[in-house]
Every structure is written in C-alpha cells, then in structure tokens.
Ligand binder design. Sequence first.
Ligand code: NI
Length: 267
Amino acid sequence: MVKIFETHAHYDDEAFDDDRDAIIENFKEKGIFAVTNIGADINSSENTLNLIKKYDFFYGAIGVHPSDVDCLEVFGDDIKAIKTLEAMAMSSDRVVAIGEIGLDYHYEDTDKPLQEKWFRKQLELAGRLKLPVVIHSRDAAADTVDIMKSEHAEAIGGVIHCYSYSWETAKIFLDMDFYIGVGGVLTFKNGRKLRETVLHTPLDRILLETDSPYLAPEPYRGKRNNSAYIPYVAEAIAGIKGISVDEVYETTWNNAVKMYRVNDKNI
Ligand code: NI
C-alpha cells in the first residue's frame, strides 16, 4: 500500500477556507497518511495547533517565516515573543518541529539584520526544545549557511524546505545532516537546478513536500496546490534516479518519520 508523508503544507491558509475539511478527509484515500502543517507567523502557528487537534494524522511545526518576523517585534519584548512560541511548541506532543524559519532576501526592502536576529533566536529555541527545524531560505544561501554553522545547526537537524540552490550548496547542508525538501518545482521547465540536486542527493536524504497552497506541480502549475498532487513529484524523482516510485514513497516516508521523530506505529 502506498503511504505518503506530506512534510510541508499550510492547510490553515485562507485558500482552503471553503473546502478544507473535504480535502483533508480525502487524503487517506489518496495515500496521504501523515501531514506536517507548518506555521509561518503567530496566527498560523495557533491555527496549526487547531488542525493537529482536529486531525490525528496531522503534525505541526511552530515558527515564524523570515518575511513575517514583524509579528514577533509587536511583542516589544524578545523574551516574551520566544516564550509565546515555546508555549505553543510545548502544548502538544504532535508539534514535531520549529518552522518555518530562515532568511528570505527576495524582496528589495528586506530587513536583513531583523531576519537574522529571529532566525538565530528560533534556532536557539529549537536546540533547547530538542526539535528539528524547517528552514526557508531564498536568495540567501551564504548567510543561511553562516548562521546555521555559528548556531551549530548540525546538532539540531532538520530540512531545507523547497530547496532552490545548487547541488554544490546542497552538499554543505547534507554535510550538516540536513534533509532536502523537494516539491512541485521539480516538475517545472525551469527546475533544472533542482533536478540536478535530486539526481545527486541520496534518496535517504530527500523529503516529499508541497508547500500547499503554493507551488503546484505540472500539470497544475499556477493553480492551488494540495498534498494529493505529491505523486507528480514522486514520479519525477523516480524518473530522475531511475528507480521505482514505490521506492521513493517508502524511503521518503522513513526519512520523514526519522527527521520529525514520529512514532509511525501510531499512523
Ligand atoms: Ni511553506
């Protein structure tokens, strides 16, 4: 039986407001037996907790995305802001990671020092709670590596989600014992760099993800994404590596169970 672990999705997103329950209730029929819903700010972290309460095959990540760190500044007290995240992360044993956290230099008005501050503080929190991290890194490879090294991220572990850099850079993350998150971009015409990374990255270091509602794979590119589209990505990985799609499902399932430290006897 096919068992797929969706390692990165945002089902709290308003894009699912009209049919969230209907979509989620269909997942097991589509082979989706575990989902990690990822927080991106305080609100979505709270909504992640609500989702994992409602669905027993949902896991959660609590954290603030680099483009949303203003919501942590609003506390006016860094310690209080981190304590708030910590309390959320400790509130359920199905919170399995801190994330998504990181750096995103895509937009010109980026406040780099502010992103760095909260990236470091959330890495520190993950280390303290002994939870892996889900890292978002866009147009910021060098600074991401520098900060991860100085915060000893290799002792924390986690995934570089929606991996977008070169194979050369991937080797640095793999050396730090991180996983590479692979989603819809793999099927895009301009996904050549990611296909090269997937070719060289050992299968036992790859996680399947969607980033739903974003980044739907071909032939749904531009439309709303959901975890039932993961087979398009899994088939692309199988094609690139010359292996069976069942091997992709089985190995990536084990990878996700190991990284998120989930007891898969409960799934
Ligand atoms: Ni995401």
